[in-house]
Ligand binder design. Structure first.
Ligand SMILES: CSC[C@H]1O[C@H](OP(=O)(O)O)[C@H](O)[C@@H]1O
Length: 370
């Protein structure tokens, strides 16, 4: 996507041809800073600390983390160690497992001498594929926005609610939930986006609002608890969110709070769409509540809030009473029954075994992540 007229992906090779450059998303929106990753350990740290985040981007970063590891030591032991290190960074986004399985499949049978080149090539292919998958999600999601626009008075915007950040910053480019929004805006369809701030890390207020503002898409940040009220008052025409892992039966794990939005949407007859590329589907499980691991992050993410102080410095302040602890589940699971449709790179389908198998017979039949 473009920032100040310059096109960016979220991950790219440095001019030295081997270090991997990422945008430090913990510094956005107030500072646009990049980090050059030079080792698998640095890639793992970037994922754990959410310098990079978003299921597809986590996978892409892990893939390049394996390439960095192979550059240092292309032995079997080093490959296994890198896969284990990167696989242990964050538990919920299945794209991480998918990408690491792709890298293992591309490298394990090669001689060590061939692994570095093959690793960088496979990581680059994963990134290029993600761009194409997300663009296709945009194209398949666009009609869902256009059909609502066609029913509204000329010029009246389609009001879309989204949760967390499932934009280009969560992927290599385009995003998932935001891809149809970008294409609708670019097609001249009047839209307005309600942006859930998305506590505790504020990916909505800090990242989605930053993305949409940079692209000229009208948007309003709201507290996480306002969405249901807006839906009750007819101010939301549809909800589009991303996902970190969706089961073969259409249960959706996404940022904490998504389930509550889905309940409110269901209660108010508001379409609730989930946008995802196929590497986000875990074909090996059906029951999301039982089988999707939910990441528990540090309590400090809840007890403290960071932002831009009046003196221009980015600071962190405590916002919870001293002595009180905090629980911080980072995701929740929305059952398929609350999902109107899934928007994928191959089209729109029901959130069901049948719906997904119809679009992905080749992948559903395997029953594995890759
Ligand atoms: C397109 S994946 C976006 C997905 O990832 C976010 O989680 P996190 O910021 O913790 O990596 C959130 O669940 C988004 O919907």
């Amino acid at each position: 996507m473009k920032i100040n007229g310059q096109h960016y992906r979220t991950i790219w090779l440095a001019q030295d041809g081997w270090r991997v450059v990422v945008i430090d998303q913990t510094r956005l929106p107030f500072r646009f800073e990049t980090v050059a990753l030079g080792s698998a350990e640095q890639a793992a740290d970037a994922i754990r600390s959410m310098v990079v985040r978003g299921a597809p981007l986590i996978g892409a970063t892990a893939a390049y983390g394996v390439a960095l590891a192979m550059r240092a030591d292309a032995s079997d032991a080093a490959l296994e160690a890198a896969l284990a290190l990167l696989g242990a960074t964050r538990p919920t986004a299945v794209n991480l497992r998918w990408a690491l399985a792709r890298m293992r499949g591309a490298l394990a049978s090669l001689p060590a001498t061939a692994r570095v080149g093959a690793a960088y090539a496979e990581a680059a292919a994963i990134c290029d594929e993600d761009v194409a998958l997300c663009r296709a999600i945009g194209e398949h999601g666009l009609p869902l926005i256009a059909e609502i626009a066609a029913r509204k008075p000329v010029g009246e915007p389609v009001n879309i609610l989204t949760h967390c950040n499932a934009g280009w910053l969560a992927t290599v480019d385009w995003g998932t939930a935001l891809a149809p929004i970008y294409l609708a805006h670019d097609a001249g369809i009047p839209i307005h986006v309600w942006v859930d701030e998305t506590r505790p890390r504020n990916q909505g207020a800090a990242l989605t609002a930053y993305e949409l503002g940079s692209h000229g898409v009208p948007n309003t940040v709201i507290v996480d608890n306002a969405g249901g009220h807006l839906m009750q008052h007819g101010q939301v025409d549809l909800v589009i969110v991303g996902t970190d892992r969706t089961t073969a039966a259409g249960d959706v794990a996404n940022k904490i709070g998504t389930y509550l939005k889905a309940l409110a949407a269901h209660d108010n007859g508001v379409p609730f769409y989930v946008a995802l590329p196929s590497p986000t589907i875990d074909w090996s499980i059906s029951d999301g509540l039982a089988d999707i691991p939910i990441e528990e992050r540090a309590a400090r993410e809840v007890t403290h809030l960071s932002g831009l102080a009046d003196d221009g410095e980015v600071r962190s302040v405590r916002v919870v009473a001293p002595g009180s602890g905090a629980a911080n589940p980072a995701f929740d699971v929305t059952p398929a029954r609350l999902v109107t449709k899934l928007i994928t790179e191959r089209g729109v389908c029901a959130a069901s075994v049948e719906g997904l198998a119809q679009l992905f017979p080749d992948l559903a039949s395997r029953g594995t992540v890759v």
